[in-house]
Each structure stands twice: as structure tokens, then as C-alpha cells.
Design a protein around this ligand. Structure first.
Ligand SMILES: NC(=O)c1ccc[n+]([C@@H]2O[C@H](COP(=O)([O-])OP(=O)(O)OC[C@H]3O[C@@H](n4cnc5c(N)ncnc54)[C@H](O)[C@@H]3O)[C@@H](O)[C@H]2O)c1
Ligand SMILES: O=c1ccn([C@@H]2O[C@H](COP(=O)(O)OP(=O)(O)O[C@H]3O[C@H](CO)[C@@H](O)[C@H](O)[C@H]3O)[C@@H](O)[C@H]2O)c(=O)[nH]1
Length: 330
């Protein structure tokens, strides 16, 4: 297939693009590099630097034969804490941008879409694990913008025969070959803890030690980025015109912030100093996925669900990145 990938210079988009290219697909990436890296664009992909809202119409074309078989829409602002402070950045960057993309797709006749939705659409769950039938009551603007986009996609599927899938990822982690999580400003737990192990940071702050969880720290479900990439391929291949399917994607087990820090210490064999810090605004206490629907309907089989394996892949990637920049300086 010939696929348009938005946000392909970011973490998840670059890993998914790498896997798509390996499976013989043609990949064109749009990315404005607001949080991504040009270095992360895989060899073999065509790269267009720009904001999706500005360039989607030109790239997709207007009518006639569609230029692409489908779109994978990863591009977004995606930090929970930042979205509480700067909601305007999220409503414009996520909702307005995606509405422009949906219109460009409609006018060009491109109807197959896989969208990066999120666990943050659910908010504080009533029970665990979370299923797709559970209430969606986001506790932060980021989750609210992703939920609004999910609603827009449903109506495009019904009215304009889109073949759409929203994948609600839980916490993505790990790396694949030479692609991984490497943002200029990092806020995600696992890469931050590993930066402490690397000596790039003094300590890790635990945001909240008084959550209603067994050890008082927040619990998340960490999914390996490679398992996530496989789900995208399955979603693309099985998409159905006129339907918007929604799937949770997680490993099905919850790990607390303390447990993640312990896993990082175990894998690296290095000490990781910690400090207690206040809760971060917008955070729910516990997010754990039921991925039964994706397993039953997509035939998805997550293979890398062991937390230590996920951390080990992220660690190998960060070390190799350090070696590469060291070599480049010589
Ligand atoms: N990482 C996670 O744990 C996680 C979990 C759930 C959902 N998601 C979703 O997955 C997607 C990818 O997340 P990520 O962790 O790779 O984030 P990321 O920040 O690493 O990647 C996002 C990419 O999109 C680009 N981008 C942003 N706005 C753009 C625009 N308007 N036009 C063009 N490019 C733009 C950025 O430059 C970046 O390269 C996001 O939609 C995010 O909401 C991520
Ligand atoms: O220095 C830190 C960083 C994070 N945390 C905590 O660690 C957990 C995980 O945080 P983080 O890695 O920032 O991920 P989330 O805020 O859970 O959000 C991620 O996972 C969501 C799905 O669950 C996605 O929607 C988001 O895009 C993605 O950033 C949270 O409880 C944080 O409060 C700390 O205690 N200290």
C-alpha cells in the first residue's frame, strides 16, 4: 500500500513507519518537527516537512484517483501535564489539525484511516481493566481533544464511508532497532528514569505517593512499541468502509511508578535516586487496558509484554544513541 504517515518523525510514528517499510509498503511522512526529529525519519520514506493543517490538501490531492491507500495519523501534541496548562495548544494542534486532515481526505477520496487515540479518553476509570464500552470522561484537555476527534471520525465514517480505526494506546515504551523515544524535551517516565541511570539527570521525581494504589504511586499499562506497530498493520489490512472501530491496546498488566523505577534499576544495574513530588495535574491514578476486543477482532497478539524486556529495549536504544553522538563528535 502507499501510505501517508503524519507525525512520522516522532517516537511511535517513526517506529511504525520503519515496520511498514520493512513489510513492503510505500511511506510518505508529513511532520513539522515540533516534537519530532528529522533523524528519526526512516531511510526509504519520503519526508515532507510541514504542518498537517497546511500541507494535507496538497499532499493528498483534490479528486480524481486517490494518491494514497490510507493515512496513519500520529501527529499530535500529547503531553497530559502540558495540556492542562496550555489547552489552546491542544484544541488547535489536535482537533483543528485533524479536522483539516479529514476534509483533505474526503476531498481526495482517501478513506482508510488509522488514528492514534489514547487511554486518556477514559479519564479516571470506575473499574480495571478498562474496556471500550466504559464511560469516556477525560480528566485532562489532551484526552478531551482525542475524544472529540474520535467523535468526528465516527461521523465521517457514517456520512462519508471512511474505513476508520482508532487505536487507544495505553503507555507506549521500548524501542525497535535504531528507532526509539528521543525527544528534545522529555517528560515520559521510562526515558526519564533511564536518563538518571545514564547520569544525565540527578534523580527522578515520583509525581504523587498518596494515590489510592497499593504503593501510593500511579499505575500504568506499558505496551511495547513493536506490538503497537503490529496492531497498526492489522487495523489497516482489516478496515471496513462505513465503520469506525475503536480498540484499546495495552499489555493488560499495571505497574506503579515505583515498580517501573525498580525495573529500570534491575535492567541497568545502576542506582536510581528518587524523590517524592506532588501529583501532576490531570493524571488519573490507574490506567490498565483490556485489549480483548483487539485480540478477538484484529487477531492481535502482543508478544513483548514483560516490563523488563520493554525497559531493556529502551535502555539498549538510549545507549546506542549515546555511542552514535559520541562517535559523531570524534
Ligand atoms: N507515547 C505514548 O505513550 C502515547 C500513548 C497514547 C497515544 N499516543 C499518541 O500517539 C501519537 C504519537 O505519539 P508519540 O509519543 O510518538 O509523540 P511524539 O511527540 O514523539 O510524535 C508526534 C509527532 O507529530 C509531529 N507533529 C505534531 N503536530 C504536528 C502537526 N500539526 N503537523 C505535522 N507534524 C506534527 C511532531 O513533530 C512529532 O514528530 C500521538 O497522537 C499521541 O497522542 C501516544
Ligand atoms: O518524572 C516523572 C514522569 C512521570 N511520572 C508519572 O509516571 C506516570 C506515567 O507518566 P508519563 O510517562 O508521562 O505518561 P502518561 O502521562 O501516563 O501519558 C502517556 O500515556 C497516555 C496513555 O495512558 C498517553 O495518552 C499519553 O500520550 C502518554 O504521554 C504518570 O503517573 C506520571 O505522573 C512521574 O512520576 N515522574
Amino acid at each position: 500500500m502507499k501510505l501517508l504517515v503524519t507525525g512520522g518523525a516522532g517516537y511511535v510514528g517513526s517506529v511504525c513507519s520503519t515496520v511498514l517499510l520493512e513489510r513492503g509498503h510505500e511511506v510518505v511522512i508529513i511532520d513539522d518537527l515540533s516534537t519530532g526529529n528529522a533523524d528519526a525519519v526512516p531511510l526509504g520514506a519520503e519526508f515532507i516537512e510541514g504542518d498537517v493543517a497546511d500541507v494535507a490538501v496538497d499532499v493528498l490531492g483534490t479528486g480524481g484517483t486517490p494518491r494514497f491507500d490510507g493515512v496513519l495519523h500520529f501527529a499530535a501534541q500529547s503531553l497530559v501535564g502540558e495540556s492542562v496548562e496550555y489547552p489552546e495548544k491542544y484544541w488547535r494542534g489536535n482537533v483543528v489539525t485533524t479536522l483539516e486532515l479529514l476534509e483533505a481526505m474526503r476531498h481526495s477520496g482517501t478513506r482508510r484511516l488509522v488514528f492514534s487515540s489514547t487511554a486518556a479518553t477514559y479519564g479516571e476509570p470506575e473499574h480495571s481493566p478498562i474496556t471500550e464500552a466504559d464511560p469516556t470522561r477525560p480528566t485532562n484537555p489532551y484526552g478531551a481533544t482525542k475524544l472529540a476527534i474520535d467523535h468526528a471520525i465516527t461521523s465521517y465514517a457514517v456520512a462519508h464511508s471512511f474505513a476508520a480505526t482508532s487505536l487507544r494506546y495505553f503507555n507506549v515504551a521500548g524501542a525497535y532497532k535504531s528507532v526509539g523515544e528521543n525527544r528534545v524535551v522529555e517528560t515520559h517516565l521510562i526515558p526519564l528514569v533511564l536518563q538518571v541511570a545514564l547520569g544525565q539527570r540527578e534523580k527522578i521525581s515520583m509525581f504523587g505517593t498518596d494515590w489510592p494504589t497499593p504503593d501510593g504511586t500511579a499505575v500504568r499499562d506499558y505496551i511495547h512499541v513493536l506490538d503497537l506497530a503490529e496492531a497498526h498493520l492489522l487495523a489497516l489490512e482489516s478496515s471496513i468502509e462505513g465503520r469506525h472501530r475503536i480498540y484499546n491496546l495495552g499489555s493488560g498488566a499495571g505497574f506503579s511508578v515505583r515498580e517501573v523505577i525498580s525495573a529500570c534499576a534491575r535492567v541497568t544495574g545502576l542506582p536510581i535516586p528518587v524523590e517524592d513530588a506532588p501529583r501532576r495535574a490531570g493524571d488519573p491514578a490507574i490506567l490498565v487496558a483490556s485489549s480483548d476486543r483487539a485480540i478477538a477482532e484484529l487477531g492481535w497478539r502482543p508478544e513483548h509484554t514483560d516490563l523488563d524486556e520493554i525497559v531493556a529495549d529502551a535502555w539498549a536504544y538510549l545507549q546506542q544513541l549515546g555511542d552514535r553522538s559520541h562517535a559523531a563528535r570524534r
